[in-house]
Design a protein around this ligand. Sequence first.
Ligand code: GDG
Length: 495
Amino acid sequence: MEPRRLAVVSNRLPVVLTRENGSWSISPGSGGLVTALGPVLRDRGGLWIGWMGNTVEALHHSPLPADLLNRGAAETGYTLKPVSLTDEDLKKFYYGFSNEILWPLFHDLPTRCNFDPGYWKTYREVNGKYAQAVVEHTDEEDYVWIHDYQLIMVGRALKQLGVSRHTGFFLHIPFPPLDVFLKLPWRFEILDGLMEYDLVGFQTARDRRNFLGCVKALKPGTRITGRGSVSRLVTPDRELLVGAFPISIDFMEFSHMASSAAVSWQAQMIRHKLPNRQLILGVDRLDYTKGIPNKLLALRNALERYPELRRRITLIQVLVPSRKTIKEYALLKQEIERLVGEINGEYTEVGWTPITYIFRSLDRSQLAAYYRACDMALVTPLKDGMNLVAKEYCASSTTEDGVLILSEFAGAAVQLHHGALMVNPYDVEGVANAIHEGYRMDLRERKIRMKALRRSIRKHDVFGWVNSFLRAGIAKDLRSFPHLEFFVPAPQEAS
Ligand code: GDG
């Protein structure tokens, strides 16, 4: 197959539409998927299908100007095709099935699940809406790459519409082991849905193994062959490939940004304002999988058990607002802020506060400045598909002397465990010890470790990730979708 265009389908389009003083504006979105796929699609004339972040009801009162998405497309070099969702869709498909069921279950946290039977119907219907958009905007020559847990049933919906497309699916979050997956009331449907794609990609070999374990147990007629990182599954009515493709970042982009004059200056300013100490950075979306309370307890433990750290370290914790309307997330925010308050209350002295807490999204150059300014990064998720923050921190450590403290339960641990200080995020004393060890680590060891980390991330960057997926899916790589010198976006229908 010689694919004509790459069509990416994800829950959200990679842009944020905001309305201020009566007029709409468009800006780049943030988050793992956007960071990874933005540079890959840029100027290749493909398309991105997704929800634009505002429901039908919201847009009814203030409609979008017809050319707004075209303006975004002209900047990014790919076409944006919106999917319309209602308030009810959003409630049951996104907040409900995706984030109260699949998200906690796939992160091994079944007790956080709300298996409300009402969510499933809407999840399938909304996946049908995305499938409909795929039918409208692509043809059989395109390669359709569907992303993440919100859209597992799109392949099945395409089949029900009688439409044939070359499809790949990539799961950005972990895939759970059999005993956890079995708890899902729709386990057969979800497994069947995944097996509808031509290629299914996971972040790590462990996720792939977990998936194959579920297939063996729940679909006993399936033959599994192949040894390397990609297996072939043969069922009585179809064949598919299943592989592990660890996602990464645009290493050179982060490295260049971090060494630019503007970011170097901002980093110096941060250091100047927090002098005579080592800075430790935490950057997390507000989410219970990111292990933020555990991290704060570990910091408290370190300050308690290692008094020499007092006045000598500051944790800069950036917390990015997320899933604002879910009650659990609001409670988590309260818990984090209570802990920050308690720890600062206990240990602050004149001229020194142990935690600098930032609750907002930063722009990319500010984020790079924090990466560059901090002597250590503390990345301690309880479970994470990959964790790009860990990789971005290393790519931005252009002086090669940063220390990465990393959770064993991040997908990134497979690749980074040689250079990072590895921790079990549930082990408060263990994380505290790692903070102390990082603080005392001499420059020589810091450099050896960080050089190895940077080498590995440079070698396995986001372009390598896409190429390995495309090679497995269609025996092609990004060169089949060459850079365009001029990109003219397709006309946008008003929606
Ligand atoms: C999911 C999986 C997997 C963060 N703060 C700001 C900001 N960010 C960007 C970071 C990074 C991204 O958001 C976060 O990516 P993570 O990988 O850490 O986490 P998730 O958002 O949960 O992503 C995860 C990922 O998908 C990719 O497959 O690694 O396991 O859960 O890129 O830079 N960006 C900006 N301002 C911020 O304040 N601009």
